[in-house]
Design a protein around this ligand. Structure first.
Ligand SMILES: [Zn+2]
Length: 265
């Protein structure tokens, strides 16, 4: 599953080149997954410049100067990447945005994963495609108070289920949810209401810390022996206390914990 830090890295690798450049042509390779009205493509996207590339949770938004935006739902394995126009598209290629200089931005995904939606500027801001998406965990909007309020409305769910609830907080997937719980020393299979207030505040602090580090220092985080994310394979031992890690099923998802470092409330 694509998670927020992965999307952030993807945006970093494409934004510098695409921002301010005009799209000379759009090629839709898979009309089953990408259904864009040809009128919108012709009048509002082709021959218009990209204004910005933004992230909202796990979504990528390509804003055009025409005031139209394309919203990419990355699904489990969506990928946005710059390629040469001479490289042939693969069976995963869904849509290509070509630039005059010979490069193109490609969106690829597998199966029916990943969608692209065109949204007019005003709809996007007022009642658009992202309305049902929760608060972005790295934005200043997710304060400790807001986190506590969200926790109160999700008090019956497991902590893991709460962190994965995209309508509450957008962008956290399986592996980072486990990492946040591990770093905060909290068991993900507890119910939210079982946490004391200080544990909830600690969870909020580590949520910010883990995602910020994974976003700003992805390589360092993904090679840090102190991070659970690098010890998820079966039979691994805890990065902190060397106790054997346990694999559970929480909210239907594989969940890795250290039974010694992550205690019941
Ligand atoms: Zn441990």
């Amino acid at each position: 599953m694509i998670e927020l830090p992965d999307v952030e890295r993807m945006i970093e690798s494409i934004a510098g080149y695409t921002t301010g450049k005009t799209i000379s042509a759009i090629r839709i390779d898979d009309p089953d997954v990408v259904s864009l009205e040809s009128r919108i493509v012709r009048d509002h996207l082709e021959h218009h410049a990209v204004d910005s590339v933004e992230r909202h949770g796990r979504y990528v938004v390509l804003r055009f100067r025409s005031e139209y935006s394309l919203v990419f739902d990355m699904g489990d394995d969506g990928l946005l990447r710059l390629e040469s126009q001479t490289a042939p598209p693969t069976e995963r290629t869904r849509i290509r945005f070509q630039f005059a200089a010979g490069r193109e931005l490609r969106f690829s995904s597998s199966g029916s994963q990943g969608t692209v939606q065109a949204v007019a500027g005003h709809e996007f801001d007022e009642n658009g495609a992202l309305e049902s998406l929760g608060v972005d965990p790295l934005s200043e909007d997710l304060t400790a108070e807001r986190f506590e309020t969200l926790a109160a409305t999700n008090s019956r769910s497991t902590i893991k289920g709460f962190l994965l609830n995209q309508k509450a907080i957008a962008g956290i997937g399986n592996d980072y949810a486990d990492e946040i719980c591990f770093q905060a020393g909290v068991r993900p299979d507890l119910r939210v209401h079982q946490l004391r207030r200080e544990q909830l505040q600690r969870l909020h602090r580590y949520l910010k810390r883990v995602l910020r580090r994974a976003t700003l220092h992805w390589t360092a985080a993904h090679s840090d022996p102190g991070w659970l994310i690098n010890s998820r394979s079966n039979g691994s031992s805890c990065p902190r206390c060397r106790h054997e890690l346990t694999s559970l099923l929480v909210t239907g998802r594989k969940t890795v914990i250290c039974p010694r470092c992550q205690r019941a409330a």
